[in-house]
Design a protein around this ligand. Structure first.
Ligand code: NCD
Length: 361
């Protein structure tokens, strides 16, 4: 693989839709015929750089690589690495990518994984960058929908909870806009609505969405209900989290009003937004969804290491060294020497790391 053409997965947009479809199809084949793929990554090493807590994403990536016969190096607590001594993302990635064939990275700052990919000497996979994006959770969601609903089109999908900070919501909404006749019901409080840039994407794709604040009222029309937790760690003000935390809760009673074939997904972890009594409902698929995640990650690792995917360049916009992104959670505000690169939409600049918009003066 040539450095400038590594198939980094930063946003699902990095790959064409045909690649999402082949990755999910291969994931289903691996699930059906796992014996065929044993040893497919013999001798390969995956570096896992987890600067933020993770159970499913980290363990499913690790078990995916181990099931393919590869090995793993990395950290799940940055305090046990040189990050604790003040090492930059650039330097950590440069070194980790010289030990690994593929890197999987999670970090609390938005755009951080793209920043890492800029200097890595191997493909880098975004396992979650702050409240921004989470493309491999979206692959997990897509494989689950394919297997359980048999389609990715013509669905009314409800997203409920923290639509502002929920990176899985942002990535999945963008992805489902690429399939026909989907419509979205965005269920949240006014404070936790989906970001404008995501809603603009939905409209630009010609898809319909409504924003509502009642799960009870929304549930009867849904084919899929995607529940999410309120993301405590993303709130600057803890009292604001306290106000938001118990507002939405899916329970048996609400499930009675749902269609017989509606499915409930959740990226997990759950806090209290789904009552445990719902777990035994056959429509509750969140644990199964987490299992599909391992197979789709096996497929992703294989596809990336086989260099089967064509990707877009990491930065396409204009580098404007004097312009700074105003999103304090953007990686460009803390990591030195990153090219400040923006897409220009008729005077509105969009940061190429975190998608924050600013007006050109
Ligand atoms: C999510 C995440 O980390 O973004 N979980 C996951 O990766 N499966 C959801 C969350 O943290 O709420």
């Amino acid at each position: 693989m040539k450095k400038n053409s590594f198939p980094h997965l930063i946003d699902l947009d990095s790959y064409p839709v045909s690649a999402w479809n082949s990755i999910t199809a291969l994931g289903l084949d691996i699930k059906r015929n796992p014996h065929i793929y044993v040893g497919a990554c013999n001798g390969k090493i995956m570096g896992t750089l987890f600067y933020e807590p993770s159970t499913r994403t980290q363990m499913s990536f690790q078990s995916a690589m181990l099931r393919l016969g590869g090995g793993i190096v990395g950290f799940d607590n940055p305090l046990n690495s040189s990050v604790a001594k003040g090492e930059s993302i650039k330097d950590t990635t440069k070194i980790a990518s010289s030990y690994s064939d593929i890197i999987v990275m999670r970090h609390p700052l938005e755009g951080s994984v793209k920043a890492a990919a800029l200097t890595a000497d191997c493909p880098v996979i975004n396992a979650g960058d702050g409240g921004h994006l989470h493309p491999t959770q979206t692959l997990t969601d897509l494989i689950t929908l394919r297997a359980e609903k048999d389609t990715l089109s013509g669905l009314t999908v409800g997203f409920c909870g923290d639509l502002k900070n929920g990176r899985t919501v942002h990535s999945l909404l963008k992805a489902l806009c690429c399939y026909e006749n989907n419509r979205f019901v965005l269920i949240s409080t006014d404070e936790l609505k989906a970001p404008t840039y995501i809603k603009d994407r939905i409209s630009a794709a010609g898809k319909e969405y409504v924003e509502v604040n009642s799960l009870e009222e929304a549930i009867p029309e849904l084919d899929v209900l995607y529940m999410t937790r309120i993301q405590r760690e993303r709130f600057a003000d803890p009292s604001e989290y306290e106000k938001q935390k118990h507002i939405f809760r899916l329970d048996k009673k609400k499930m009675q009003a749902a269609k017989g074939d509606m499915i409930v997904l959740h990226p997990l972890p759950r806090v209290d937004e789904i009552a445990v009594e719902v777990d035994n409902d056959p429509r509750a698929l969140y644990f199964k969804q987490a299992n599909y995640g391992m197979y789709v990650r096996m497929s992703l690792i294989l596809s990336v290491l086989n260099d089967d995917i064509k990707t877009a360049p990491l930065l396409n916009g204009e580098v404007m060294p004097k312009v700074c992104c105003r999103n304090l959670k953007c990686i460009t505000c803390s990591e030195e020497a990153l090219p400040h690169s923006f897409r220009n939409h008729g005077g509105v600049l969009e940061c190429e790391y975190c998608d924050e918009r600013l007006l050109l003066e």
